[in-house]
Write a protein that binds this ligand. Sequence first.
Ligand SMILES: N[C@@H]1[C@@H](O)[C@H](O)[C@@H](COP(=O)(O)O)O[C@@H]1O
Length: 350
Amino acid sequence: MRLIIREDPKAVAYYTANYVRQRINEFKPTRKRPFVMGLPTGSTPVEVYWHLVDFYKQGILSFKNVITFSMDEYVGLPRSHPESYCSFMHRHLYDHIDLKPENIYMLDGNAEDLAAECQRYEECIKDVGGIELFLGGIGPDGHIAFNEPGSSLESVTRVKTLAYETVLANARFFGGDVNKVPKLALTVGVGTVRAAREVLLIITGAHKAVALAKCIEEGVNHMWTVSVVQLHPSAMVVCDEDATLELHVKTVRYFKSIEQVQEQLIGRQNIGLKGSISKLSGANANHQPDAPQPEAGKQISDDESSSDESSAEDTKITSTVAPPASSRSDAHGVRSNGALTSAATAGNPF
Ligand SMILES: N[C@@H]1[C@@H](O)[C@H](O)[C@@H](COP(=O)(O)O)O[C@@H]1O
């Protein structure tokens, strides 16, 4: 498992968004070989989504051949309700990018037969070849998606009763009224997340420090379902300093040292590329060191007339001037002033 520690939630969001961008672009998705993602809700990923939207608007990321699966959905909440996870995903991401409607998969919390709906979802995931990258957040009780403490680590998509702690935590989205929070949800299982080829979790805030410590330093345990990432061959947690408060100092130092060693290695490899990299970053007003360097400045233009089989050929390097991100805030209280603050160093993964 990799643990990437950044100063604050903004830097975590920026790192994560750049990582996602890099993964999608390196995958070179096509219609027949799409990039399949699992995506979370919650306040933590909101700023990641804003960055992804900005990347799309800058022309350096396309979702044309991306398929998405939402992690979960409340039962009984109308899809049009502002706090349904369907509304959330449209508001923060789907309505602003070139993702095709037929490539958006969501659980229907109003389905007549909820068990059949969950089974359908698992089959849809299999039909598209499984999930390439599962992006996730966690609750303060260490739940991943809505896999509350005690969930089977082999579980697949199903109906779950929300833990009282989760109802309390999510009441902030329902005017602080716990009675308005649905008590049931449909959620992908712990096993569904494990089956993804890569898992990336974002964990921020002191209120999640105990969960992060359980996840990193203690054993795999169904009471902290996030700990299952220990069993995953390709898992990464991106957290902020506050979330590390319950970790041992030596744990934090060790994971930071991994990044430092890697930066030194990359630094050496990049010596020959330095001229072209600085040229690219100079042309991109929003360029930040956390961005995957070789891609900076590329603008992807979508050429529908060319073969869908080779998005590498579809990709044209054109203008490189990036418009500044606009200033935004939302109901979840997350604010972006457009200056894409990032961590001080590049974080190309091992
Ligand atoms: N079902 C979602 C989870 O998928 C999410 O990880 C969690 C964290 O929310 P936040 O990021 O707001 O802390 O919220 C809900 O419980």
